[in-house]
Design a protein around this ligand. Structure first.
Ligand code: GSH
Length: 211
């Protein structure tokens, strides 16, 4: 497998999932402004969508869209999912909330919008983070082990730190807990991120992240 990513982008969730799975994979950075890969290829020749994440399977097939990639990884590596008849559905429910509510509402934060628009987005995000915090069933969303949904949520918690969006003590504790996991530290190091200061990083990448 090969993951196309950009440092501190939402693709970090997939990178963490692959590390947590113990999967064998390659990874290559994409400059989201120029759309060039680290090896100099035009990324839009690889994925017409032009955004990360994109996962190339060993068969050569490509999966795009974070929800689909994380769902694929959770199906292939069941310890990244949760058990039970509704397990996959609950994961998809959480991933969809994280993608279409939380992630989408970060858009004004990444772009050069005015102060008021950012303040409004921050308030919306604070409410959305409060909601997901109330859903926690343990140290992580579904109990005491993290799932793919926690990896995606973690990335958005790094963004929250970067943009000073207030989050609950439950979420602050989860972010800190995630940062102690060897797989998380390894994925962040691969992306050139400082594990402690990642929320403050990515300035040069920020303008290109359409989130
Ligand atoms: N619908 C896509 C959106 C992914 C997305 O927003 N990726 C951002 C990074 S977090 C990106 O690559 N933006 C650059 C661009 O759209 O040109 C998904 O859910 O995977």
């Amino acid at each position: 497998m090969k993951l196309y990513y950009s440092p501190l982008a939402c693709s970090l969730a997939d990178h963490i999932a692959l590390k947590e799975a113990g999967a064998t994979f390659e990874y290559e950075a994409v400059d989201l402004k120029t759309k060039l890969t680290a090896s100099g290829r035009d990324f839009t020749d690889i994925s017409r969508k032009g955004y990360v994440p994109a996962l190339i399977l060993d068969s050569g097939e490509m999966i795009t869209e974070n929800i689909a990639i994380l769902d694929y990884l959770a199906s292939r590596y069941p310890h990244l999912s949760i058990p039970g008849e509704l397990g996959r559905t609950r994961i998809l429910e959480a991933l969809t909330f994280i993608s279409t509510e939380l992630h989408r509402n970060f858009k004004p934060m990444w772009h050069a919008h005015g102060f008021q628009e950012k303040a409004r987005a921050s308030e919306t995000l604070e409410d959305l983070f409060q909601f997901i915090s109330d859903e926690f069933k343990g140290a992580y969303l579904f109990g005491d082990e993290p799932s793919v949904a926690d990896f995606y949520l973690f990335v958005l918690l790094l963004w929250a730190a970067r943009f000073e969006v207030p989050v609950t003590p439950t979420l602050q504790a989860m972010r800190t807990r995630m940062q102690t996991r060897p797989a998380v530290q390894a994925a962040m190091r691969d992306e050139g991120l400082d594990v402690e200061g990642a929320g403050r990083q990515g300035a040069e990448n920020a303008a290109a992240l359409t989130s």
